[in-house]
Design a protein around this ligand. Structure first.
Ligand SMILES: NC(=O)c1ccc[n+]([C@@H]2O[C@H](COP(=O)([O-])OP(=O)(O)OC[C@H]3O[C@@H](n4cnc5c(N)ncnc54)[C@H](O)[C@@H]3O)[C@@H](O)[C@H]2O)c1
Length: 372
């Protein structure tokens, strides 16, 4: 086992900081594996990079991400830039022999996602995507409840993801409104519930989708208005195979919803309900026992739900969003060490991308698309 591993970080916004916190804390929380050495940080200018390198504790800073990738001390590259850069940066890093931890969605186009998966295969390096929600100890617990048959045979799954950062019609046009960022809610949001589906049930076999735009245009910083190119709302029917039907509803313009990723799983003997806005609790209904005393019960996250115990010894105190990223970071290090790990690698991620693009095709052609 190596005692340290060299880290490069590209991008220092929302996700860049989240990756930096994960790299900083992973050894302290889990105690095992190599100690991350924060080697090199890149952002759009040298000035921003130097400021963020100082804040996050990276030794070197650059305004040119290719310098970071050429750095022999960097062994793993975190790609946390906007979607349009993922393919170019991840492929360059893999070709330079680095492991890659790339934010979701994998890429804007399916062709780029395919090139990324091929580059990962050819490199023999580890390449994973930022599907942090699968790391929640309670999502793991849902997997256990399903495997133990507690709710019987699953017949229907409902997934929702809603936030309100695009709800204001006068919110400024930015990169997420540009077609170069992707379809909109479908790839920005849909990939997250699809990652949960992936670990709990696998890929859908058929999809039927409808995409919509709540607002046709938005104001720009220079005082003009620009036509919105992405779809902030998506409604999708899913066939999950094995007699399981599903529905996925996504909305980036849903006033009042701040980080909702809701999951309802209905079975022959009970129901499981989870919502990321209350990420430390899970509702379970089981249809056995006295009918007069039946009802949903709340299960609070606790040390029994590994790896909660690595953060806090007390039940019910709660993990946070950044902790999910830290668990993901630990799973990445396990995969790099050749151990079994709960990650969505580029090959599995390509499956999620294919599903998303099939949904967009379904919207365009107004018909079910087969994925089998
Ligand atoms: N896993 C999650 O839960 C989650 C949550 C939010 C965003 N994301 C994903 O993370 C990615 C980044 O989103 P964000 O919200 O952090 O964006 P952001 O705008 O907050 O940060 C992007 C960063 O990339 C930098 N950057 C842009 N172009 C660059 C270039 N050419 N070279 C170097 N740096 C460059 C920007 O300066 C900025 O620091 C997106 O792909 C997004 O979909 C994932």
């Amino acid at each position: 086992m190596k005692s340290s591993i060299g880290i490069g970080l590209i991008g220092t916004g929302y996700m860049g900081k989240c990756h930096a916190l994960a790299w900083t804390g992973v050894k302290a929380v889990f105690g095992d594996g190599p100690r991350p050495s924060l080697v090199h940080l890149a952002d759009v200018t040298g000035d921003i990079a130097r400021q963020k390198a100082d804040e996050f504790g990276f030794a070197k800073a650059t305004g040119d991400w290719r310098e970071l990738i050429a750095d022999p001390e960097v062994e793993v590259v975190s790609v946390t830039t906007p979607n349009a850069f993922h393919a170019e940066m991840a492929i360059a890093a893999l070709e330079a022999g680095k492991h890659v931890w790339c934010e979701k969605p994998m890429a804007v186009s399916l062709a780029d996602a395919e090139r990324m998966a091929a580059a990962a295969r050819a490199s023999g390096r580890v390449a994973i995507l930022g599907y942090n929600y699968i790391q929640n100890p309670l999502i793991r617990q849902i997997g256990t409840i399903l495997a133990e048959g507690t709710i019987g045979t699953v017949n229907h799954v409902r997934l929702e993801m809603d936030e309100d950062f695009m709800a204001d019609p006068e919110a400024l046009f930015y990169w997420k409104s540009e077609a170069s960022s992707g379809y909109g809610a479908l790839d920005d949001f849909g990939v997250h519930p699809l990652s949960l589906l992936q670990v709990l049930f696998g890929r859908p076999t058929r999809v039927l989708a409808h995409l919509s735009k709540p607002y046709a245009d938005r104001p720009t910083a220079d005082g003009t208005r620009r036509a919105v190119e992405t779809f902030d709302i998506a409604s999708v029917l899913l066939d999950l195979g094995n007699g399981i039907s599903g529905v996925m509803a996504l909305d980036r313009s849903a006033w009042g919803r701040k980080g909702r990723i809701a999951l309802q799983i209905f079975g022959s003997k009970g129901t499981i309900v989870f919502d990321q806005e209350r990420m430390n609790e899970l509702q379970l209904y089981v249809s056995t026992g006295k009918s007069t005393e039946q009802g949903f019960r709340t299960i609070l996250a606790a040390p029994q739900h590994a790896p909660y115990d690595r953060f806090i010894p007390a039940p019910g105190h709660g993990l946070g969003f950044n902790d999910l990223k830290l668990i993901e970071c630990h799973e990445l290090l396990k995969r790099i060490a050749g151990e079994p790990a709960r990650v969505i690698d580029f090959d599995t991620g390509l499956g999620i991308e294919r599903t998303v693009h099939a949904m967009a095709q379904s919207h365009r052609e107004q018909r079910w698309i087969d994925l089998a």
